[in-house]
Write a protein that binds this ligand. Structure first.
Ligand SMILES: [Zn+2]
Length: 130
């Protein structure tokens, strides 16, 4: 039999845990925002280790689609070459593809069965936009 005292202690423990979880997410989001700002300023491109790649989908330039790990839920898929600061500016690249509008399988999903666009570029039909 659960006592009233045990019940009240459990409620209190849950509140403490929720505060820790909330603070953790807030700090994680702040770290991500700082990191993404470094990328946007052009001072620190992302590395492969920092990116999660699409299992199958590629940018028109041939590099895999990717997003930075630990990004927010309202983030988007982008060209991994852009994220790594190695994009060829003379070819077409994807626009930003928000998660909420594009269902793209990522390499870490079990159903991808190891498929990834990480690694060598696979030439697509290139369009010269210059
Ligand atoms: Zn691209």
């Amino acid at each position: 039999m659960i006592t009233e005292e045990q019940y009240k202690k459990a409620i209190e423990d849950r509140k403490k845990a929720e505060d820790i979880i909330s603070q953790y997410h807030q700090e994680s989001n702040e770290r991500f925002d700082e990191r993404y700002q470094e990328f946007e300023k052009g001072t620190k491109p992302f590395t492969d280790d920092e990116l999660r790649y699409a299992a199958y989908n590629r940018c028109p330039c041939g590099h895999g689609l990717a997003y930075p790990k630990n990004c927010r839920l309202n983030h988007f898929w982008d060209c991994s070459a852009i994220l790594k600061g190695i994009a060829d500016t003379k070819v077409q690249h994807t626009g930003k593809l928000p998660f909420m509008f594009y269902s793209i399988k990522s390499e870490d999903q079990p159903s991808a069965r190891g498929a990834t666009t990480r690694g060598p570029v696979v030439p697509q039909v290139k369009k010269d936009i210059s």
